[in-house]
Design a protein around this ligand. Structure first.
Ligand code: ADP
Ligand code: MG
Ligand code: MG
Length: 888
């Protein structure tokens, strides 16, 4: 017979798949001999069976009865006993905690008769009747979907009638009346009487917890948190203990360290004479856990020792729920506690100091995402006003600006603005780009606004449903406060809070530390960051380079720990006042004109490279030859057409504009992404690549002459066939041969076209290094262009589950990743000493970095601000075998 039920004494903390997090941890505490009320766990397997077939698996309730008998024996009470009833709680709990998403029912077993027994036995009629009314309420809501307000309005009525302000002041007679009223409410909505058979209550409750797995909010929550939908929940059934039995009883929650800062010492809240949920519900004011030392010193001391043992067992911050019944402490829950990113770093460092975990393990306790959060600017915590409202924290950061309600206004605004919309769509793109931050009243983490904002690295709060946006009146109303377009608001994309006015923004101390402006001495967070980064650098196998085009970026990248430039784009060197030179190049009618244009560009490029080699002295600098289509350097077709038409209308000669317009028309492409760009340009425009190669080599020679150590590498973009590379290479080598005094310069290629990945074996014969251009490779593999699709259908794809993350943020390991693996294998087979890196934005994405480590790349390259994240994740990837902690 399948075994669906485990006694708490039979499980342990590593059985989360089967017993859920709550069940596994209750089992662990029971095994440790901690005071846990007796109980058992119905496995997630039973739930999955139930969800699959629509009925409870055969034999389940028999097993439940068997285990129930054990509880009854241990508690010396029976379920449904008239004189001394056993009461039970039925608690949901899946593998991953889903706070508030699923159901728990307390006080199962109370009926019209057993409530009398409980009253007599406990000598506390008030307590018995209060428990009974709680049961009807929770059971009605959870099992029969009775609207919560139906009970709430009875409760409010009862308080008003008795002339009291809190539930705790209701007397026995009033609670008895309330029970009668609740039973009527129950009947009206459920179409039947409140069940008077305790076993039926239990079975119905178990089934309701199974079903709550598929409640709409639970499904949505899992989608957002990327928790698989098919895990199912376990159900924990355990004997009730009562914190609501008078002044020597109570309930509380506690943390073994401060989950906000990581500071050592216990933290928590305690509520006298109350049952579990009252603490969270904020019904009455709690007191700090430290006051328990005065209220009940014995239980307090016992609690401290329990917490210490839990920390030793879990080797991490634990949070716990406990109840004290008539001076006796009971443990009701524990788990590895959630914490802020700052606390994650601080605690990992402390646990190493305390000898609890190794540095390798400490690296597994923090993530690149957490480090990224610590690197965003934040609001000055001492200057926070009361928030106007809170939405879904969709894209982190701190943004301040004036409200604008439409995207055209945002795009046209001169100062910083916050774009406020019900929801966004592709037409809002220009406004989103212009805004400091985006605020919507609809949609969650996969809404259009959220997806696009994250892609742009822009602060976004979405789904702030309390906002009433009136675009006609140009107002935003929240709780009666009316804001007008132009009013300043502040958005915290990390917490989802929206503040009135301009909240002062703090630069991130972690960034200031990386910049060398703050010392880690005497700052626990910075000291922990330093320690873990040092260890990550020590253990990682992947190199971390930077995508940097200017000396300023290169210097920052170096401060942030880059050991090379993996991608220097040369196209910015064609912008600004140099555009006219590029125009001359494009418009050249013959070789002489073209050579003159190139000769004018040469010294400018050379000077740029000298600066870059100076900033990166002694480190490799991979320079990509020009990549974008040349018409990107000419004015836009629409602008030129308008200018020419305008001049003609006025009877003036459009002059140079007419020449440009002809060129732009000639060069117009249907799909520029798939057009004349990359290596194709170099093969079609004589002398262009040769000029760039010359600038690189002459700059290097100059640096050597000045005593420097330049290490340039030349990278050819968009190669799809080895012959392309060979042709460019021959031309480059001829140029290099004519320049004395430069160090040897390696020539390699980007792998960013699927054909290049597939023919990597051929290409490697001509390339000394590969660098994956994962942006293009993703676009070409999926056959969509980022600029066109991110706003158009990504949110739909994410909510349909076709993507679990945007493939432009996190590498698509199954598709694009397969091409990368093929290219690595074939490239290395042809040339064992081939250097392989990646220079797409994925190089700074935590999950992608781990994939690149597994795939055996030599380095990742990313934007300067992502470098610490890549270093950390590369270290984590290298030490991934160490014990992992699951605080999800
Ligand atoms: P959640 O997962 O939402 O925290 P829980 O299953 O932990 O839900 O239960 C909700 C509340 O009921 C908690 O405060 C818990 O401590 C309390 N509770 C659960 N079981 C018992 C019990 N057997 N005796 C007393 N209180 C309980
Ligand atoms: Mg709980
Ligand atoms: Mg590219």
């Amino acid at each position: 017979m399948a075994r669906y039920v485990y006694n708490f004494g039979d499980g342990n903390k590593d059985l989360k798949d089967l017993l859920g997090g709550k069940g596994a941890n209750l089992a662990e505490m029971t095994r440790m001999g901690l005071p846990v009320p007796p109980g058992f766990t119905i496995t997630t397997l039973a739930c999955r069976e139930y969800l699959r077939t629509g009925s409870v698996p055969a034999g389940l309730f028999e097993e439940v009865e068997e285990h129930l008998r054990e509880i009854q024996a241990r508690m010396d009470k029976r379920l449904g006993d008239r004189g001394d009833p056993l009461l039970l709680s039925v608690r949901s709990g899946g593998k991953f905690s889903m706070p508030g998403m699923m159901e728990t029912i307390l006080d199962i077993g109370l009926t019209d008769t057993s409530v009398l027994g409980l009253a007599a036995r406990s000598g506390d009629a008030r307590f018995a009747w209060d428990s009974y009314r709680r049961l009807i309420q929770m059971f009605g809501r959870t099992v029969f979907d009775v609207p919560a307000e139906a009970f709430e309005s009875e409760l409010t009525g009862a308080r008003a009638h008795a002339g009291v302000t809190s539930d705790a002041e209701l007397g026995v007679a009033e609670l008895q009346d309330l029970v009668r009223a609740y039973k009527k409410v129950f009947h009206a909505h459920a179409g039947r009487d409140f069940p008077q058979a305790p076993h039926e209550q239990l079975y119905l409750a178990i089934t309701a917890v199974f079903s709550s797995w598929n409640a709409e909010r639970a499904v949505l929550y899992r989608r957002q948190e990327r928790i698989p939908q098919d895990l199912g929940t376990a159900v924990n059934v355990m004997a009730m203990v009562f914190g609501n039995r008078g002044a020597d009883s109570g309930t509380g929650v506690a943390f073994t360290r401060d989950p906000a800062t990581g500071r050592r010492g216990v933290y928590g809240d305690y509520l006298t004479n109350a049952q579990g949920e009252d603490v969270v519900a904020g019904i009455r004011n709690t007191v700090s856990l430290h006051e328990l030392a005065t209220i009940d010193p014995r239980s307090y001391r016992q609690l401290l020792s329990v917490m210490e043992r839990l920390e030793q067992r879990y080797r991490d911050l634990c949070d716990i729920e406990f109840t004290i019944e008539n001076g006796k402490l009971w443990m009701l829950q524990t788990r590895v506690g959630k914490r802020t990113p700052a606390a994650a770093f601080v605690i990992a460092g402390q646990l190493v100091d305390e000898g609890t975990i190794t540095l390798d393990e400490a690296l597994q306790r923090v993530t690149g995402e957490q480090l990224a959060q610590l690197m965003f600017p934040s609001f000055d915590p001492t200057a926070l006003p009361t928030p106007l409202t809170t939405g879904v924290p969709a894209s982190p950061g701190a943004a301040v600006g004036a409200i604008v309600l439409d995207s055209a206004a945002a795009a046209a605004a001169s100062g910083p603005v916050i774009l406020v919309r019900r929801e966004t769509n592709p037409d809002d793109l220009a406004g989103m780009i212009a805004a400091q931050g985006i605020l919507t009243s609809r949609g969650g983490k996969t809404s259009h606004a959220a997806v696009v904002a994250r892609g742009m690295g822009k602060t976004c709060v979405c789904g702030a449903e309390e906002l009433v946006i009136d675009t006609e009146a140009e107002t935003v109303t929240v709780h009666g406060t009316v804001l007008h377009a132009g009013d300043i608001v502040s958005l915290d994309g990390t917490t989802g809070r929206v503040y009135p006015g301009a909240v002062p923004v703090h630069p991130s101390p972690v960034v200031r530390y990386f910049e060398g402006e703050l010392s880690p001495a005497n700052d626990p967070l910075l000291a922990a960051v330093q320690r873990l980064m040092t260890h990550a650098d020590h253990t990682r196998r992947l190199g971390v380079h930077a995508n940097a085009d200017t000396a300023t970026d290169a210097e920052r990248a170096r401060r942030f720990g880059a050991t090379g430039i993996g991608l220097c784009r040369t196209e910015h060197m064609f912008l600004g006042d140099r555009r006219t030179l590029v125009e001359r190049l494009i418009l050249a009618d013959d070789d002489t004109e073209r050579d003159a244009a190139l000769a004018a560009l040469l010294p400018l490029q050379r000077a740029d490279f000298i600066d870059l080699f100076t900033a990166m002295d002694g480190l490799p600098v991979t320079i990509r030859l020009i990549d974008p289509p040349l018409h990107e350097f000419l004015p836009a077709l629409e602008d030129l057409t308008a200018r020419v038409a305008g001049a003609e209308a006025l009877g003036r000669d459009p002059g140079h504009d007419a020449v440009l317009l002809t060129a732009v028309r000639r060069m117009h492409e249907q799909n520029p992404m798939l057009g004349l760009r990359g290596v194709r340009l170099g093969l079609v425009i004589p002398g262009l690549f040769a000029m760039q190669v010359r600038a690189i080599a002459e700059a290097a020679a100059r640096r050597v002459a000045d005593g420097g150590d330049p290490r340039p590498e030349i990278m050819v973009p968009l190669v799809g066939a080895v012959q392309e590379l060979e042709t460019v290479r021959a031309e480059a080598e001829a140029v290099l041969a004519g320049i004395g005094g430069a160090p040897p310069i390696r020539i390699g290629t980007m792998i960013e076209v699927p054909r290049a990945a597939l023919t990597a074996g051929e290409i490697a014969k001509s390339a000394q290094f590969f660098s994956f251009g994962t942006n293009d490779l993703t676009q070409m593999t999926w056959a969509f262009s980022r600029d066109d699709v991110e706003g158009a259908f990504f949110s739909r794809y994410l909510s349909l589950g076709i993507f679990t993350a945007s493939p432009f943020e996190t590498i698509d390991t199954t598709g694009v990743g397969e091409l990368i693996q093929i290219a690595v294998a074939r490239g290395r087979a042809a040339r064992p000493d081939l250097t392989i890196g990646v220079c797409g934005e994925h190089g700074g994405d935590p999950a992608s970095v781990r994939f690149f480590h597994r795939t055996g790349l030599d380095y990742v390259s990313c934007s300067p601000f992502r470098i610490p994240i890549a270093r950390l994740e590369a270290g984590r990837a290298a030490t991934a075998d160490a014990t992992t902690s699951d605080s999800r």
